[in-house]
Design a protein around this ligand. Structure first.
Ligand code: MTE
Ligand code: MO
Length: 309
């Protein structure tokens, strides 16, 4: 399977039909929705159900979502991933799941996604740098996978690791960055239904620049927590190290919950620039937990979010 990202695909022309199908079929409970007929056969479509967790804010365009990326493995500028990520081989792909689990193993991607409920989750996404977007992810709850491999009672954290393959990821040859990219969640954060493993967006396989073939999406946290191109998931009793915390411990904490009241040492987090608004668009206020407080605020009851930034 050679998936090439097609910029020629006009999502805009599909949207009305998609809306229609969402309302009439998906919400009516038709689970596996075959979208195949809607587009050119060379583009793999992923059948997915709508979700009550989706925002009704307008999604950013495919163009915007795939041309303004952070994926340092391919370079540090926003245009590097779109330019270089085609070099990444995503098939075959396996994910090593280990640590405090009942069924550790090196799982083929097909096994990871076998039998899961694929959903469309239209989430707000807020980068710690102060820009944001709305993305129609396709994915499944991380909890589904963790429950399947059996989390043992001593596990309190989940660690994630990105592929390390300098032959295909040119900036991994740059030694000033601590490769591979690693991230982590507390187990209760990982088990929250908002935490998903995404395999696509806009109804199609994940574009490589967005973290194909499998990436985390944690919408109430700054974007860097949503680690891309995952090859390792490890259940641990201790808090794992995380890449941006390693690089700048005073600037990036383990929790990194979106919080308009806690500034980054070098800039305010009170507002954000929504991608696609144009250069004269007003910044908009950033919401506590990126607007997902109803679902996640209780995870942090009694915690000082200034200390645990
Ligand atoms: N492996 C890896 N994952 C990563 C990053 C990265 O550089 N490498 N960047 C993070 C940051 S800072 C952000 S904002 C999001 C960007 O996701 P997007 O390019 O799909 O918008 O990916 C996150 N996941
Ligand atoms: Mo980010």
């Amino acid at each position: 399977m050679t998936y090439r990202f097609k910029t020629s695909l006009k999502w805009s022309s599909l949207t009305p039909r998609m809306d229609y199908m969402n309302r009439r079929q998906v919400l009516a409970g038709v689970g596996a929705m075959a979208l195949t007929a809607m587009v050119s056969p060379s583009v793999a479509k992923i059948a997915a159900k709508a979700s009550a967790f989706s925002t009704d804010e307008k999604p950013n365009t495919l163009e915007e979502i795939t041309n303004h990326n952070n994926f340092y493995e391919f370079g540090t500028s926003k245009s590097d991933p779109a330019q270089h990520a085609h070099q990444l081989t995503t098939d075959p792909w396996s994910v090593k799941i280990g640590g405090l689990v009942d069924k550790p193993g090196n799982y083929d991607l097909a096994d990871v996604v076998k039998g899961v409920d694929m959903e469309e989750r239209i989430y707000r996404f807020r980068c710690v740098e102060g820009w944001s977007m709305v993305v129609p992810w396709i994915g499944f709850e991380l909890a589904t996978l963790l429950n399947r491999v059996g989390v043992q009672s001593g596990a309190k954290y989940v660690a994630f690791e990105t592929l390390h393959r300098p032959e295909e990821m040119p900036f991994q040859n740059s030694p000033q960055f601590p490769w591979p990219y690693v991230e982590g969640l507390r187990l209760d954060e990982a088990m929250n239904p908002l935490s998903i493993l995404a395999t696509g967006l806009y109804g199609e396989e994940m574009p490589k620049q967005n973290g194909a073939p499998l990436r985390l999406v944690v919408p109430w946290k700054y974007g860097f927590k949503s680690i891309k191109s995952i090859v390792g998931i490890t259940l641990l009793s201790e808090m794992p190290p995380t890449t941006w915390n390693n690089i700048g411990p005073n600037e990036y904490g383990f929790y990194s919950n979106v919080n308009p009241d806690v500034s980054h040492p070098r800039w305010s987090q009170a507002s954000e620039r929504r991608l696609g608004g144009g250069i004269f668009a007003k910044r908009q206020p950033t919401l506590m937990f990126n607007g997902y407080g109803d679902e996640v605020a209780s995870l942090y009851d009694g915690m000082d979010l200034r200390v645990n930034y």
